[in-house]
Write a protein that binds this ligand. Structure first.
Ligand code: HEC
Length: 109
């Protein structure tokens, strides 16, 4: 292989790697950013691991997130709701998620 084409091949490889990593990192930090900007003021971590949890599984967790963003008039999309629910799930709840984010996110309210 010529040095020039090797460089091109490497460039493609790195571009592919960067793309593969970009999405999950970005969504994790967006969920965290949304939560710490809009939600953390009223409750500390304790609300997420008390005995009588309102979020009992992935569906009710998403319903809680949906409820609270409505409560504060944030107008989040389904995707933002799912990202924040996933952030909290990773941090505290560890419920198995539904296959697709945003699905089965029926509101309990
Ligand atoms: C006005 C204050 C306030 C704001 C703002 C707020 N919360 Fe809450 N949150 C509460 C209170 C109080 C509870 C406990 C409710 C209860 O026990 O009935 C709670 C409970 C929850 C729960 C359920 C915890 C559990 O497992 O029992 C979740 C999830 C949650 N909030 C997410 C959010 C998210 C996401 C946001 C930002 C969009 C948010 N909250 C903003 C006050 C607030």
């Amino acid at each position: 292989m010529l040095p020039g084409s090797k460089r091109v091949a490497l460039g493609i490889l790195f571009a592919a790697l960067a793309e593969a990593h970009a999405a999950p990192i970005q969504s994790a930090s967006r969920g965290e950013m949304l939560y710490s900007t809009h939600c953390i003021a009223c409750h500390n971590a304790q609300v997420h691991w008390r005995d009588k949890k309102l979020a009992r599984d992935w569906t009710t967790l998403q319903a809680e997130v949906r409820h609270w963003q409505k409560f504060t008039n944030l107008g989040w999309s389904d995707e933002d709701v799912a990202l924040v629910a996933r952030y909290l799930n990773t941090l505290y709840y560890r419920y198995p998620e539904a296959e697709k984010p945003g699905e089965q996110a029926g509101s309990a309210y």
